[in-house]
Design a protein around this ligand. Sequence first.
Ligand code: CMC
Length: 436
Amino acid sequence: MKASDTKATLSFSNGGDSVELPIYKGTVGPDVIDIRKLYAQTGMFTYDPGFMSTAACQSAITYIDGDKGELLYRGYPIEQLATNCDFLETCHLLLYGELPDQGKKTNFTKLVTNHTMVNEQMQFFLRGFRRDAHPMAIMTGLVGALSAFYHDSTDINNPEHREIAAIRLIAKMPTLVAMAYKYTIGQPYMYPKNDLSYAGNFLHMMFATPCEEYKVNPVLERALDRIFILHADHEQNASTSTVRLCGSSGTNPFAAIAAGVACLWGPAHGGANEAALNMLYDIQKEGGVEKIGEFIKKVKDKNSNVKLMGFGHRVYKNYDPRAKLMQETCNEVLTELGLENDPLFKLAKELEKIALEDEYFVSRKLYPNVDFYSGIVQRAIGIPVPLFTAIFALARTVGWIAQLNEMIGDPEYKIGRPRQLFEGSPKRDVQPIGKR
Ligand code: CMC
């Protein structure tokens, strides 16, 4: 970390000694005030629920400028990666810091494809679930269970274990998501086909059956690959911070990633893609475009608890760059499938237009996020709504691992242990039961 010449001084209105705090500079973005010694110096903690002003780590992976609406993976703009690279190149970039040249790309692709199968026992584990289980419930279990199958890659402090666990997770997530889907619809599992691309193989495992030849549609393959790229990392979001915190105890990589999957499931995070599409369905059922005004009224009513799903972001106070790319992909996929007049897409565009002109959204800087259009693309591809968040988890796995490995390699890393402002009862004595 690069120290700044400037220092921060914290003073107290009761005349207590002021404290000087170091400031560190990143390459871009806000500087940070180092408060690590604050408790030792003052006996006080800082209070920041929701991490509104707290950098919990140093990182060199992903950078977001929320005001500009800019997203960079290792310095590269997301627009350039989404247009010029595929998902496995993006994985290489996130994991190792650089885009691969042709030779490295070939080797990395070979390495990942060598690990696409899962232990055959996995299907018996799956059988324990109800057929109507939510795919994210299944995924939380399956990813955690990987640690029971791959004993040679569970030592988080061993770089070789971390490396092989990373490759296994990236390679096996599509297989597990497709298995979770096939299980819920009662179709046979399709084994991976390693001559297909990462996205093409996923489409094959999802939609092929043993009865017929399945041909991957290149437009859908590219669209899915783009979905994976756009979701691959997003700096210190809730699930990534969960993975870091979980991993900071020294648990194994599979367990830490399973914690990320569980966190991602929530509708304020990855679950928003499912919630956004269900919201569009609901408006459609109620009468479609004509009902947008009524719906927006409900969203603005603080007592309704209704949110415009797929809108708003903790960091972006401008259009989410991923949403723009996703809208482009949406157009391509719908055209390819002859669904240009898809009523849900029209509804989404109209809803976006009205919201972007409304004072409520304008004053709060609420813009569409990646989830606003990703559901429409996935639905058009044929992916059922409850599987959307599992696909997000598949794509985010590389980001989680890159961040986890970065943390383990950071000499400043410690087990995560937030403190609290205690507001409960001070010490008191237990009374005999008759006197309570
Ligand atoms: N609809 C209506 N009002 C909203 C929305 C929304 N989607 N998002 C924020 N607001 C309002 C919120 O009520 C608050 O208003 P006020 O100042 O009057 O109290 C103001 O905007 C600021 O919101 P906040 O809740 O303090 O913002 P936050 O940073 O804590 O929350 C968020 C961010 C993403 C959880 C929130 O915007 C939200 O719930 N959005 C809908 C869910 C969603 O689309 N999530 C996906 C995020 S992108 C993908 C991912 O990272 O997983």
